[in-house]
Design a protein. Structure first.
Length: 262
């Protein structure tokens, strides 16, 4: 009997977040699932990891029969690395992260714990998928999870090592305007505002910007049009086209190192 693949599911919203369990439930249709997530909300942590305190993991309540769950007192990156190194009963075959309520498209990708958690898998030669929803409400998290899991399954079955960032529009799956593979937009579609609750306490909150100028054929444009967006990401931050110009600016190395100091 062929052993099913093992998928590590994580997020940045914490172990009890509904989006995480919708995603795990969708993935369990084709793979065994291990859930390892932060104990508390870690949104906006990007790829931060813990250095100055001990990292601890403990069993958490699993919302799915046959699925083990652990919570880690750290960041999304901590959860993935600790899960791979210490909690997985066998080799992990894929990382899935999400579903995040709120989009991770455009420049917002840079500070996303959801995206960077999945990046940790890709950096370790594992196919990885990050999944998010174009809304801070939770009405269509399950729809986003279903389509993200279907994409994850195709990626896993392809045998390719890719890192796919998936964003679903805020509508039911029957109303999705297709699936589009697109580039990242050079714009941030969300902004931070301060809101005061009925108790007079101020909370920082992300809201979508209706005035963002968006180029066509990008993730932001496609999701506004109601499509599921898929963007392959990678970790090469080098601006290759500028290497020659940078070398010209640096100039003669011996002069730079041995010349007079101003």
């Amino acid at each position: 009997m062929t052993q099913r693949p093992l998928v590590l599911a994580t997020n940045d919203d914490g172990i009890e977040a509904p989006g995480l369990w919708h995603l795990a439930a969708a993935v369990v249709e084709f793979a065994d699932v291990l859930v390892v997530a932060p104990a508390f909300n870690q949104s906006g942590m990007s790829a931060a990891f813990t250095l100055r305190q001990d990292l601890e993991a403990e069993r958490a309540h699993s919302q799915l029969d046959g699925v083990d769950a652990f919570q880690v007192n750290g960041t999304p990156t901590d959860a993935v690395l600790h899960g791979i190194r210490h909690l997985a009963p066998r080799h992990i075959d894929m990382i899935v992260s999400g579903v995040n309520p709120g989009p991770n498209v455009g420049r917002d990708i840079l500070h996303s714990g959801t995206v960077m958690a999945a990046m940790q898998g890709y950096l370790r030669n594992l196919p990885s998928v990050a999944a998010s929803l174009w809304s801070f409400d939770e009405d269509h998290l399950r729809d986003a999870a279903i389509v993200a899991a279907r994409i994850a399954r195709r990626l896993l079955e392809s045998g390719q090592i890719q890192f796919l960032n998936v964003n679903a529009p805020d509508r039911s799956i029957s109303e999705f305007a297709g699936v589009r593979v697109v580039r990242v937009a050079d714009v941030s579609p969300s902004r931070v505002i301060d809101r005061t609750d009925e108790h007079g306490k101020t909370h920082r909150q992300l809201v979508l910007r209706p005035d963002a100028k968006v180029a066509p054929d990008t993730d932001v444009a496609a999701i506004i049009e109601g499509a599921v967006t898929v963007t392959p990401l990678h970790n090469d931050l080098t601006f290759h086209a500028m290497l020659g110009d940078a070398a010209t600016i640096v100039g003669n190395v011996s002069t730079l190192l041995n010349g007079a100091v101003d």
